[in-house]
Design a protein around this ligand. Sequence first.
Ligand code: NI
Length: 194
Amino acid sequence: MTLLKIARMGHPVLLKTAEVIADPTSRDVGRLLENMVETMEDATGIGLAAPQVYEGKRVIIFKSPRERGEEEAADSDFSPLTALINPEFDPLDDELAVGWEGCLSIPGMTGAVPRYSRIVYRGYAPNGEAVEREATNFHARVVQHEIDHLDGVLFPMRMTDLSMLTFNEELKNFMEYAMEQDAGADDHADADEE
Ligand code: NI
């Protein structure tokens, strides 16, 4: 296995539409996935799309781990480490939630991004089996973020309020300011998501 270099925002590979994979079970895809998993874990990310490692192919990996204190949450909020080839999704309804996101291609920054709360996604596992799953909340968010990478979209391009793009080190200051401005604002309720 090999640690791969991660492309950063501004590199054109992140703005291109990735190619459909003809054979999800091919050795090349398997090798790419192994290296993507190692690279993501090394960078302590929770999702990675092939264009982020300079491979313009429709391949993503992600996870949505269950944290302590979330025992009561729905199973669809969580996912073990999953690899998906040629993924796509549909929203299950129109509900959007604003939550904080980061990206290994935009190191050191965090932004509040509206995403669908409930989706169904489809794709192929590395063994060629078709996958279809419902996802909610953070699980739905990470899948939408990774699929966006396959279409050349980075999270700031989805933001509706760029004043909520902050350096990680400033997030605490930002949150204090936001709480002062608008005590109890629902938009900020998801702030601990990432
Ligand atoms: Ni990303």
